[in-house]
Design a protein around this ligand. Structure first.
Ligand SMILES: [Zn+2]
Length: 339
């Protein structure tokens, strides 16, 4: 999911927010405090759907880097839960100098190499269209050659009763050559009934790897994977298909909702095990964190990772590492990122 309640404020206030000193989390605290189940998967994890907080004034209690959350705190949570890397969506908003946002991605890569795999996420102010155009995207990418490994997450569903944008829309047809030129992955959240447009897009761009997620495409993912090699899916609705990592839910409500691990695992295995085992090289673990400050909390992170570890242990052994991190790492290597 993508947060849409972002409110941008005046440049003067924005510049003020830049001067706020951030607190660095003590590295010693970044240790696991909740032990995974005895028989859980113990290997590497890569979270393939992760929203980096914005760096301009966020609405209400939304996360904002340097105000109510820091990258150091996020990195600390990832270390404690044992997640090696995340596919990190760095938002770039129009009406601001994009260098301000790109600098954040550069800093993340410099301070935490390969922990945050940078994706460029350039929405428009009302999400209609849901992305900056090819020309602007090209300028952003050219200002940071080699930094970004992906483009997205871009929502193709309707925002505020606006139109859906299929992956065959002209704005994307103009964008595909740009992302191909920069060797980027494309991350889409599809809209309703777009399977035919996805089939056309996957066929037309065999050299671009597309990652998708969400309920809208889930009924068609098996068939799309049967027919096309360049589509991947990130699974984030574990813990019984509950949509919990959002501002309307509190940390305690989340912890309560996921407490009955055994029951939730049965639901998760019933939903995902057949699909993952039918396409073991295409499904990847993810969380879709970042829409509320508490989703970066260490206890929450460890709970998410531990549930994933228990879930992964129930998969066919041949699929476990592929789902946990190897498919993600293969995609990273294809964009030119080493180990
Ligand atoms: Zn998302």
């Amino acid at each position: 999911m993508i947060s849409r309640s972002t409110q941008l404020i005046s440049t003067s206030l924005f510049l003020f927010s830049l001067s706020v000193t951030t607190v660095t989390a003590a590295t010693d605290d970044c240790i696991q405090t909740i032990t995974p189940a005895d028989d859980a998967y113990t290997g590497i994890l890569i979270d393939t759907h992760f929203h980096i907080p914005q760096t301009v004034d966020a609405a209400g209690k939304q996360p904002e880097l340097g105000k109510n959350i820091t990258l150091a705190e996020i990195a600390c949570t990832l270390k404690a839960e044992g997640t090696k890397s995340v596919f990190a969506f760095f938002p770039v908003y129009e009406d601001f100098d994009y260098e301000i946002f790109i600098k954040e991605a550069r800093r993340a890569e410099a301070n935490y190499p390969k922990r945050f795999v940078p994706f460029l996420m350039p929405p428009t102010s009302d999400d209609d269209p849901p992305t900056a155009n090819a020309k602007t995207l090209k300028q952003m990418l050219n200002s940071a050659p080699g930094l970004f490994q992906g483009y997205g997450e871009i929502g193709l569903y309707s925002f505020n009763d606006g139109p859906q944008y299929p992956p065959t829309a002209q704005i994307f047809k103009n964008i595909y050559p740009v992302v191909r030129n920069h060797n980027l992955m494309v991350y889409f959240h599809p809209g309703q009934e777009q399977s035919e447009e996805f089939a056309q897009t996957l066929a037309a761009h065999p050299n671009i790897n597309f990652i998708v997620h969400g309920d809208q495409i889930q009924p068609y993912i098996d068939e799309l994977m049967n027919n096309y090699d360049n589509i991947y899916y990130s699974v984030d609705m574990l813990y019984g298909d509950q949509y919990l990592l959002r501002p309307e839910v509190t940390k305690q409500e989340f912890l309560d909702a996921v407490a009955d691990t055994d029951t939730l695992l049965q639901i998760d295995w019933a939903t995902w095990k057949p699909l993952i085992e039918a396409h073991p090289t295409r499904f990847m673990w993810s969380t879709d964190r970042g829409d509320a400050v508490w989703t970066f909390d260490q206890e929450v992170g460890e709970t998410l990772a531990n549930h994933a570890r228990a879930f992964i242990a129930g998969l066919d052994p041949a699929a476990q590492e592929l789902f946990a991190y190897k498919n993600a790492r293969r995609l990273m290597r294809q964009t030119g990122l080493g180990n």
